[in-house]
Write a protein that binds this ligand. Sequence first.
Ligand code: HCA
Ligand code: CU
Length: 401
Amino acid sequence: MTTPTVPTEAPLILDSTLREGEQTPGVAFSIEEKVQIARLLDAFGVAIIEAGHPAVSPEVRAGVRAVVDEGLDASILAHSRALREDIDLVLATEADRIGLFFCVRDAALEARFRKDIDAAERLVVDAVEYAVDHGLKVRYTPEDTVRSDFRKVVRIANAALTAGAERISIADTCGAMDPFRMQRFVTDLRQEVDAPMNVHCHNDLGLAVANSLAAWHSGVTVIDTCVNGLGERCGITDLASLTTAIQTLHGIGPWDLTLLPELSETVARHARVPVPVQAPVVGRTAFSHNAGLHVSAVLLDPSHYENISAARVGRQRELVLDRFAGLPTVRYRLARLGVHATDEEAGAVLRLIKQSEAREVNDDGLSEVWARATGRAITGIVTTQDPAIAPTGDVAVARTD
Ligand code: HCA
Ligand code: CU
């Protein structure tokens, strides 16, 4: 196996929040919500938006059409089975691109489709030719690519390319890969299939982002993502983690990372799926420091405990006040409420917090503790972020190349 070199060009992002993301159990977006999410994805800088699977329902078709009608910079892809009647539904939406999928895994050919590989090839070739003849740009995915017989994948992919497909997608449909296997799979496939490649990684083992990066390092140029890592079961590659990793570790990628909090919050609200508090980049505690030792070091130089700066991804650093905190946190949090405490006052506040049962002291709790410690009230709380106390500037970032 050849050792992949670090790519010099960022991958294109194909965001599938509106298709794969809507397949998250319990999730349905209204058309207005889809349009709002699509606009944000476009402003963020994704190259392709997968807007839905038109054969599912008239609502999904209307959603794809509404996103197309926005006239965004991103091109719009609709997902479709390899059937002429489904392709007609895609054509009616006026999407630019179609993502056709058909699985050639032996178990699926035998038990689900009752077809041999010759019949499967005829079906895929017919669908690709039909879509291309009607002006669509075609991506073909041999679904469950990485668990399929390799020779069949090579054969069907090359047949799809000869029929006019412009890109082949490698789907890790069941999240069965690790980065080392992914590197080998992509490298092997690229020896046999000469085409631009896309990757779609499910997160069943928590490795979707890592597998996507491995695929990119091995020559894949389009990566599928979902906001908040939504998708079937454990979801797919998380947009925020992937793009932040590429921009901060490799210094490339056209994306406006400062839009990630709004994207995450908007999708979480519409999907009614909350973001885990410790989610990378967009989770509530992603930029919170807790232990007194950490806080003192961060106030000296954020790079002691930060790999990426909060400001770079549209967030603010938080210093958490609880029994692990030290005086610097107390002073900082009081200063944010407009109170400049003496050493004795800050010490008295800290003693009370350490004695208390509170897991975390918010601003209201802090005002109460302040009142008990000093006998004075804090009036008119205005929370401010004081850059002199907690600088949010960029920090040095590790490079791997
Ligand atoms: C699906 C499965 C899919 C398809 C991906 C693709 C997968 O929901 O139909 O067509 O590129 O994970 O294989 O999402
Ligand atoms: Cu999928």
